[in-house]
Write a protein that binds this ligand. Structure first.
Ligand code: ADP
Ligand code: ZN
Length: 299
């Protein structure tokens, strides 16, 4: 079986074709431009690479409520040319196949739950810490949508005692994304994240903010696994710093051995690596295919 996958990021798009084992057989990547040009390239790709279903993990905010007129849309994004874009509708006119559709981070969380670090678990969180911060939420065996969809990257954070940086979020200033995404690192320290030495004080401060978010998420949702991806997490020295700060914050209150004794297996990088987003979209496509081919009276 050939299933299509689209990782629709604000910086780049990746289109691929994979199978039901989660193996990507072929993919291409191109920068995200204006909507028409970008979706034109997506359509060209799937004309050349025919598939039986397509899964999409998209940057957002997006419309996720089936039946809503905005289902399948990228809605209020400030990204030029993308506000109120009927992403899914445009593809549906071209390819008459089942579609899976969710946020980029929910897709990655789902992919990790099917084939990756959270395989066999009924809950996980997937963080991407890159140009922005997003948190995908998988709980009780379901991707969480709610009123719109979770926007955990914009939760307010308590300031580090030695941090005077104002924050970069255009909406909130010093929310998690405003303080800890890649551009915030660069603005605070005057160098890109990958130009800072691995023992730079930046990483302790970065871990402080990430751990604060994780602490809140553990207390709020009790996830069984926390997966940290995105460009900034290529700084692998962050993992032990984050784990230690989470343990310090919780201070023994959550008495799970996964946290008290084995936190190195609890807060982890994506097992699907760089392909977490694309494999997640593939998993959404596969799920849509199975749903479409299950008789409606089956239990
Ligand atoms: P995007 O979020 O745009 O999809 P990435 O996840 O690669 O893409 O995130 C890009 C951000 O991560 C940039 O701000 C970049 O400076 C930062 N970044 C990329 N690689 C590294 C690295 N090795 N160390 C620290 N920061 C990095
Ligand atoms: Zn914000």
């Amino acid at each position: 079986m050939r299933i299509g996958a689209i990782e629709a990021g604000g910086t780049k798009f990746v289109c691929g074709v994979g199978n039901e084992q989660g193996v990507i057989e072929h993919s291409i990547s191109f920068p995200t431009e204006q909507q028409e040009a970008t979706l034109g390239k997506v359509i060209d790709y799937f004309r050349e690479n025919q598939v039986e279903a397509i899964g999409i993990g998209s940057f957002g905010p997006i419309g996720l409520h089936p039946g809503s007129p905005l289902y399948g849309f990228v809605t209020t994004t400030p990204k030029p040319g993308w506000a109120n874009c009927d992403f899914l509708g445009i593809l549906k006119q071209e390819f008459h196949v089942p579609y899976g559709w969710d946020t980029d981070v929910n897709a990655a969380a789902y992919g990790e739950s099917v084939w990756g670090a959270a395989k066999g678990l009924r809950s996980c969180l997937y963080y991407t810490i890159g140009t922005g911060i997003g948190i995908g939420v998988y709980a009780e065996g379901q991707l969480v949508h709610g009123l719109v969809h979770p926007e955990g990257g914009h939760v307010p954070v308590k300031r580090h005692p030695e941090d005077s940086f104002g924050g970069l979020c255009p909406y909130h200033g010093d929310c998690l994304e405003g303080m800890a995404a890649g551009p915030a690192l660069e603005a605070r320290w005057g160098k890109k994240g990958y130009e800072l030495s691995s023992d730079h004080e930046a990483w302790e401060m970065e871990a402080y903010y990430i751990a604060q978010s994780i602490t809140g998420a553990i207390l709020m949702l009790s996830p069984e696994k926390i997966i940290l991806g995105g460009g900034v997490m290529k700084q692998t020295q962050l993992f032990p710093l984050v784990r230690e700060a989470v343990r310090r914050n919780l201070n023994g209150y959550v008495s799970a051995v996964e946290i008290t004794d084995h936190i190195e297996h609890y807060i982890v990088p994506p097992r699907l690596g760089e392909q977490a987003g694309l494999c997640g979209a593939l998993a959404l496509g596969l799920r849509a295919y199975k749903q479409a081919h299950t008789p409606t009276n089956a239990v």
